[in-house]
Design a binder for this molecule. Structure first.
Ligand code: SF4
Ligand code: SF4
Length: 228
């Protein structure tokens, strides 16, 4: 049995989960999900959500406030007065599981950030390092209790974990370039989903020779700006 199997998923309740443009595009274009049902913008003036990994976006209505695009939280039914990821399914408590069980309703298509938790890449991006997690992810409320013990390397499949981390890093690096373009002239929050859709729908070019200037990378800010 895996460490998460008998857990109420305090991690999916405690943390703001940053998502990339690729996650957004996957949900909206291939899973028929409405952007406003799963995404939100979290103010991140202190950088505690982005942790230098996710980009900051600015918007017309609050031009000085940095936001991170994250999964939306909704009220928890199992723990009134607390919140949870909108994709977390809550199962009722029983004798063996006094806090109930938590299950991700989009497990096989969950964002890359979720897939690699609780690991991060080392400086060379070749190995994974496990975070040491606190007992509680927020304010001591039982809903936000985290893992019953610290994770060990044996809890994760090594190759899958590294690959998830590498993809997560790659997508967030690309998303940072998208943020540079957006932040040059921040638009309203309600224009953001269409902006993301245009960028990510044009991620593949025909690759014909002679269509890009010499020395110009197809993913530089200017090219992305033109795509948008
Ligand atoms: S998407 Fe799934 S794994 Fe990620 S925070 Fe939400 S419920 Fe948890
Ligand atoms: S809190 Fe820890 S054990 Fe529980 S679901 Fe999250 S990662 Fe797994």
């Amino acid at each position: 049995m895996g460490i998460c199997d008998s857990c109420h998923s305090g991690c999916c309740r405690s943390f703001a989960v940053p998502i990339s443009g690729a996650d957004i595009h996957q949900f909206t274009q291939y899973q028929n999900k409405n952007f406003w049902d799963f995404a939100c913008r979290w103010e991140d003036s202190e950088g505690l959500i982005s942790r230098n990994l996710a980009p900051h976006f600015f918007f017309e209505d609050a031009p000085d406030v940095p936001f991170v695009i994250c999964l939306k939280h909704i009220p928890s039914a199992s723990f009134p007065g607390t919140t949870k990821c909108r994709f977390l399914m809550e199962c009722l408590p029983d004798e063996d599981h006094p806090k109930g069980l938590g299950r991700c309703s989009i497990y096989h298509s969950r964002p890359h950030t979720c897939r690699s938790f609780p690991a991060k890449l080392n400086d060379d991006s070749e190995l994974a390092i496990l975070y040491q997690l606190p007992a509680n992810g927020r304010n001591g409320e039982p809903a936000y209790d985290l893992c019953p013990r610290q994770w060990t390397p044996a809890d994760l499949e090594p190759n899958e974990t590294i690959q998830s981390l590498v993809v997560a890093k790659y997508e967030m690096t690309f998303f940072k370039k998208i943020a540079v373009v957006w932040n040059q002239n921040p638009g309203p929050w309600n224009a953001f989903p269409e902006f993301i859709d245009i960028i990510y729908s044009n991620r593949i070019s025909s690759g014909q020779f002679g269509q890009t200037n010499q020395g110009q990378s197809p993913d530089d800010a200017e090219s992305l700006s033109k795509a948008a």
